[in-house]
Ligand binder design. Structure first.
Ligand code: FES
Ligand SMILES: [Fe+2]
Length: 436
């Protein structure tokens, strides 16, 4: 392979012809600062699940782009996203990750705001000049907040396109995972939060479609019950498996049970919920879920999701956020969800299985994060940075989406190429090099 150092930022970081991406995209704090300006402080960012703040006054503290925000529900049921920084001298108002508050009182000089961010008192209002307009001194609100099927997103850009348009074709797949019963999903516990010494895009790429790492990275847990796994074909993917990508850089990989596995007691979805799915989903989406073993995907830039099944058959659905902290560090937030109507014992199993596999100490998580950190450690020096990352297995496929695929998005088979990952990088490069 040609190992020439590649591309300057003016041309971008992605070499479309050769299937290469500059390592600077994965290790540079300069690139990180540009990402904050061009992607995260402008575009739509996932913030929270509706069910985390179900009552008036419930709040969680998250990041919207580079800024800390409070995501709070007011007495009318509306969700506000407020800069978590006092209008007086900038102090962080909310110190807890999660809670319920009637008002937000600044711990410095006592300015007090209501659940919608309106300033109620400075405690020294009488010393302000006559005519001061206190209504202009509320907490800075994110101008755009939207909820899609329980998923709360925000943007600092008042001109951002509608969230539904932004999500585009990936909605069809999100719907079948996040709103497939009349009540929708709920989070089963507060998210795990943990840091990894790796670039946030490594997580996004892993989830949009990295089937190639599973057999090696996860050889341990995949074969914990090695005899059964091998005998029953757990390591094989069904022929129907495919990747799908959309114009905005979203995508997912759907892996189906290999022939014969479905008959061997590998539960796909709980039977008791099936009639509820049929009330909400169309026959196409029901067909999509049929014999689905793992659905894993990413909404550009950093919202990932996975519905997975362990070798012992438990199903769990997780949301992931890869929050960038720098060129080589991210914070990971990880939620486990289940259908609101699911029986309590099912929810308990789903939560246990989700944490066991993908919690901060989960068996799959630990496998992945050690390797991601080792790539950062070995790959961020001046010598290694001259050599690009390879996505060559996308090249023979990227111009050949299926022509007769029945479902939204551009679909590619087989599911174990780097097509979805490379299209994510191409979209990232477009946004990073655009002049608008
Ligand atoms: S900084 Fe908040 S009241 Fe002064
Ligand atoms: Fe993994």
């Amino acid at each position: 392979m040609d190992e020439r150092p590649m591309s300057t930022p003016a041309q971008g970081w992605v070499d479309v012809e050769r299937g290469l991406v500059s390592r600077d995209a994965f290790v540079s704090d300069e690139v990180f600062r540009l990402e904050m300006a061009r992607i995260f402080d402008r575009g739509w960012n996932f913030l929270a699940h509706d069910s985390e703040i179900s009552a008036a006054g419930d709040y969680v503290v998250r990041r919207l782009g580079s800024a800390p925000v409070i995501v709070v529900r007011d007495g009318e049921g509306d969700v506000h996203v407020l800069l978590n920084s006092c209008r007086h001298r900038g102090t962080r108002l909310c110190r807890a990750d999660v809670g319920n508050a009637r008002n937000f009182v600044c711990p410095y000089h006592g300015w007090t705001y209501d659940q919608a961010g309106r300033l109620l008192t400075t405690t020294f209002d009488e010393h302000f000049p006559d005519g001061t307009d206190f209504s202009q001194l509320g907490l800075v609100p994110a101008p755009r907040v939207a909820i899609y099927k329980g998923l709360i997103f925000g943007s600092w850009d008042a001109e951002a396109i509608d969230l539904e348009h932004y999500l585009g074709d990936i909605r069809w797949y999100l719907d079948a995972l996040f709103w497939r019963t009349p009540g929708g999903m709920e989070v089963l516990a507060p998210p795990h939060r943990f840091r990894a010494r790796a670039n946030w895009k490594v997580g996004a790429l892993n989830f949009i479609g990295d089937s190639q790492h599973v057999r090696t990275t996860h050889a341990g847990p995949m074969t914990l019950d090695a005899v059964r796994a091998a005998k029953e074909g757990f390591l094989n993917l069904g022929q129907d498996s495919f990747q799908v990508v959309t114009d905005e850089g979203h995508g997912c990989t759907l892996s189906y049970l290999a022939p014969g596995m479905a008959e061997k007691n590998y539960r796909t979805h709980p039977e008791s919920l099936r009639p509820l799915y049929e009330q909400v989903l169309g026959s196409d989406q029901m067909a999509m879920l049929h014999h689905l073993r793992v659905a894993v995907g990413n909404v550009f830039p950093h919202f990932s999701f996975i519905e997975t099944q362990s070798v012992t058959g438990e199903k769990s659905i997780l949301i992931r956020l890869w929050q960038p902290l720098g060129g080589t560090e991210m914070e990971i937030l990880s939620w486990v969800l289940a259908e609101k109507e699911a029986p309590d014992d099912y929810k308990e199993r789903a939560l246990n299985s989700g944490i066991h596999n993908f919690g901060a100490a989960g068996v799959f998580e630990q496998d992945d994060i050690e390797l991601w950190a080792s790539a950062t450690e070995a790959g961020s020096n001046r010598i290694a940075r001259q050599y690009p990352y390879g996505f060559q297995t996308s090249l023979p496929y990227q111009d050949a989406p299926e022509t007769d695929h029945p479902w939204p998005g551009r679909a590619y088979r087989p599911a174990n190429t780097e097509v979805a990952q490379f299209q994510f990088m191409r979209r990232w490069n477009e946004v990073m090099t655009s002049n608008d």
